[in-house]
Every structure is written in C-alpha cells, then in structure tokens.
Design a protein around this ligand. Structure first.
Ligand code: CP
Ligand code: NVA
Length: 307
C-alpha cells in the first residue's frame, strides 16, 4: 500500500480499500489472541479536535498505544490554531514534531490544507463533508456479520451528511449497492454522488438516490441512519426534527428490509428521533461491534500511513 494520507475513501483504490479492511481484520484477530504489535514504536500521532468526540478520541488513543506509539490529544481551543494561527504554520510546525496528524474539524478544506502544507500523513477524523474512518469501520462490521460485501444492499435513511457521503464512497469501492433516502433539500452533495457513481463502475455497485425511505430500505441487507442534527447544526434542531420525522428507522420501516437485515449507526444516537429503541437495542443492531471496529479499522490506517 502506498497511502500518503487518509482523507477520503474516494482517493484510495479498490485494492487499497480491501488491503485496509484485510489488515484491520488481521490486527483485530491478533490483538484478541494476545499478540503485541510494535509497528508504531517511537511514533507520535498529534490528534487535533475542534469538535467533540467519544469514540474517535478513545479509539485513536487506544489504537496508538496498542501499536506501540504515542497519541497526543490536542484540543484546538487550547492550541494557537484556536486563536487564529494559520493552518500553514500549524502544519509546518507539527510536521517537525509528530509522525502523523489526525484532525476532526468543520471545514474539509482545513484538512486538505494541513496535508498540503505539512510533510507528515494526515488522517481525516470527521469534517462537515466526510467521515471516512467511520465508513471503514462500518463496512468491516458488515463484512464480519454477512461474510461478504459485494452485491449486498445498504440503505441509508436520513440526512445526506458526512456519514452518508463516506458510506457512498466506501460502498462504491466495495461493490455494495447503496440507496439513500433523504428529505428534499437535505440530499447528499451532488459531487460526492457523481464521484461515487463513477467509482462504482469499477465494482458494479449501484448507487440510488431518492426521497422515499420505503423505496430505499426495500430488500436492504444493511440499514443505516445517523443523527438528524450534526455537530455545528444545533440551531436547526427543532426545524430538522419536524422535517425528518418520516425518516425515522422504526419497526414499520425496518420490516421492509430483508428478514436478516442488520442495523448500523455510527453513534452518538438519539433514540426516539432518527431510530427507535426497539431497533437500535434490538437483535438486528450491531452498533457496538461497529463502535469497536473504529479501533481496528483505524489501527490499519495508522499502520498503512505511519508503519
Ligand atoms: N462515531 C463517532 O465518530 O463518534 P464520536 O463523535 O464519539 O467520535
Ligand atoms: N453526522 C454526525 C456524526 C457524528 C459522529 C456529525 O457530524 O455530528
């Protein structure tokens, strides 16, 4: 694998996508067998957070530790970045100290600039536009539960957001069909959809975009949703709850998926809004396997970039 950064799944090849998944599965198996890894011995990962996090912070910190490296949590508000220091200077300075940078922030361009101006690998740990580490963990989880990815159908119901975008790219690379249903005005970014459709030509994945949750979920093997109000959209919450109410993943909607369909959600989840308790806490839900796989999927990314 010859990865320089991990910013978008659209940027990696189908082969690299599968190599990362295979490596994640291998690292998980070996870790469970008690095998110690030292691939990142002496390496430091600077982890910049401009937004909140539970899973991403913990899984990256634990992952670095398990690989023999050192994670450094950096709250952007405690950095000079939070007082207006430029991405250019931050990238140059950090590149003199650390071996890799993970960043969670609002503006996707900031991640691209960090990679452009710095000289160490950059990992996108969520922007308003994409959440690629999540999508890797999601498809790893689907693979573990279904034994395959190619030819399966994933239905995403809800907001056409960062999580939906990265799943579009991941499904396209995996040869998984994906249908997305969002309210009018909350559709996925048109460029992302066009890129995913283009990527899907190589793998045979079918990408379908609509506004009808019933149409999207029909015969799905995997059902996915995400919060209706992403970080930074808090002021729109009341309006969004009204607009998204018919997009709730509940028993009635879920019954249209295949009998053995599984439910995934990146978490944090808001029960009673985008999903009902009987679904997210029911036997079809694999959300905690999915959360755990953030660790293993990201360890593969870290090894590929910094190992
Ligand atoms: N799914 C996810 O990225 O969770 P956190 O916001 O807790 O990191
Ligand atoms: N779409 C959500 C994902 C949280 C992990 C957000 O951006 O807030």
């Amino acid at each position: 694998m010859n990865l320089k950064h991990f910013i978008s799944i659209h940027d990696i090849t189908v082969e690299e996508f599968h190599e990362l998944l295979d490596l994640a599965l291998k690292l998980k198996k070996e870790h469970k067998a008690g095998i110690k890894h030292t691939m990142l011995d002496g390496k430091t990962l600077g982890m910049i957070f401009t937004k909140s996090s539970t899973r991403t912070r913990i899984s990256f910190e634990v992952g670095m530790y398990q690989l023999g490296g050192h994670p450094m949590y950096l709250n952007a508000n405690d950095m000079q970045l939070g007082r207006g220091e430029s991405i250019y200077d931050t990238a140059n300075v950090m590149s003199r100290f650390v071996d890799g940078i993970m960043i969670r922030t609002y503006d996707h361009q900031d991640v691209l600039d960090l990679a452009k101006f710095g000289s160490v690998p950059v990992i996108n740990a969520l922007t308003d536009h994409l959440h690629p580490c999540q999508a890797m963990a999601d498809l790893m989880t689907v693979y573990e539960h279904k034994g395959t990815l190619k030819g399966l159908k994933l239905a995403y119901v809800g907001d056409g957001n960062n999580v939906a975008h990265s799943l579009l790219y991941a499904c396209a690379k995996a040869g998984m069909h994906m249908s997305v249903a969002t309210p009018v005005g909350y559709e996925c970014d048109a460029t992302v959809v066009a890129n995913a459709i283009d990527d899907a030509k190589e793998t045979g994945a079918q990408i379908t975009i609509c506004n009808d949750p019933k149409e999207a979920i029909k015969d799905a093997d995997v059902v996915c949703t995400d919060t209706w109000t992403s970080m930074g959209q808090e002021a729109e919450k009341a309006e969004r709850v009204k607009i998204f109410k018919d997009y709730q993943v509940n028993k009635e909607l879920f019954s249209l998926a295949k009998d053995d369909a599984i439910f995934i959600h990146c978490l944090p989840a808001y029960r009673g809004y985008e999903v009902t308790e009987d679904i997210i806490d029911g036997p079809m839900s694999v959300v905690f396997d999915e959360a755990e796989n953030r660790l293993h999927a990201q360890k593969a990314i870290l090894v590929a970039l910094m190992g």
